[in-house]
Design a protein around this ligand. Sequence first.
Ligand code: FAD
Length: 373
Amino acid sequence: MQTADVVVVGLGAAGSATLYHLARRGVRVIGVDRFVPPHPYGSTHGGSRIIRRAYFEGRMYAPLLSRAYELWTRLEGEAQAQLITRCGCLNIAHRDSAMIADAEASARAVGVAVTRMTPEDVRDAFPAYHLRSDEVALFEPDAGTIHPERAVAAHLAQAQAHGAAVLTNDSALSWKSNAAGIAITTESRVLHAARMVVTAGAFIRDVLGRACPPVEIERVINAWYSTTAPIFRPQHFPTFIWEFKGVKSYGVPDLGRGMKAGLHYHGTLVDDLADLDRRIGDSETDALGKHLRQLFPRYLGPCAVATTCLYTNTPDKHYLIDYLGGTDTRVVVGSACSGHGFKASAAIGEALADLAMDQSPRTPIGAFRWRWP
Ligand SMILES: Cc1cc2nc3c(=O)[nH]c(=O)nc-3n(C[C@H](O)[C@H](O)[C@H](O)COP(=O)(O)OP(=O)(O)OC[C@H]3O[C@@H](n4cnc5c(N)ncnc54)[C@H](O)[C@@H]3O)c2cc1C
């Protein structure tokens, strides 16, 4: 048996950040993970995630995203590690698309620098890109790509340096709460704490059972396409989000394995993770490659490698950061991030730590509270 003030279940993006913020405040905290994070079995692998603040998903993300930038920069200093490559981000869509207007409005509302670019502007500045004549781009220079595995490792190492205990290869199997606190049974022991933070990502249903919020788990793929010209390297190639015929795709520069890309919300729903098929057929990567070559007609070679990954989606595709059911202050819930949470996870972890300590979150999270019956 082990006791702590708080137990964090799941040490991926959100959980490692929560552990770090609690330990940094001197809270006695234990983190437990069923694997050894960072690992490729959840939602936080593949070497890169896009980080940006011109957020077409909504202006309510602005405080969390700005705070995340501050926290990532602080973590880079503490861990002496480069986490972010500031290669910029292009939002690309039809000139009348709401995506461009919403991203621009979000950026302007909080003073994030963005520039509208014509297809010719984009071709001159970033020659890999070939926009159609009816498309425009919104360029955010301070955006870029962030390294998820390095960030999780840095949060965990810093948390441990501040006294956090980390249990790996150990699943939380069940838990019970009463007035005295929470008892969490893992494969190896029973943990007692006043509070539990659940950041189990796509495995959230296994941990919360019938109390779980209404989430869908989506299997998606990322594929790396070999490139034959340096114009896909970060100096010449911003990350991108491209909306075309109602489909959103995204990608990051060639960081050594090829240009990585994926489709946003075009995966398959998984009812039971035990049935998850991690094999990837050529038809999946061929279809994605064909789609991408409409934006990158030159120098994009075949798919070199591909991986599956998991989204944990709420019905409205926004985040969830709250107490269980909105009211049970013994259990704090920090999944689901609906396939776009990594960039904010440093600040999500801070907000979860605030909730676990009964403090009002330093960064407003009103839009991400529990919102289901
Ligand atoms: C292909 C892909 C591309 C993406 N691109 C972007 C992007 O460009 N920008 C962006 O911001 N976001 C992006 N995202 C989303 C982002 O990566 C996720 O929102 C984020 O990583 C989710 O983190 P998490 O902490 O919720 O889950 P995870 O990092 O998966 O962590 C959950 C952890 O819980 C552990 N766990 C589960 N069950 C138990 C248990 N019973 N006991 C103990 N431990 C348990 C797991 O082992 C895991 O380590 C992308 C996601 C995918 C899949």
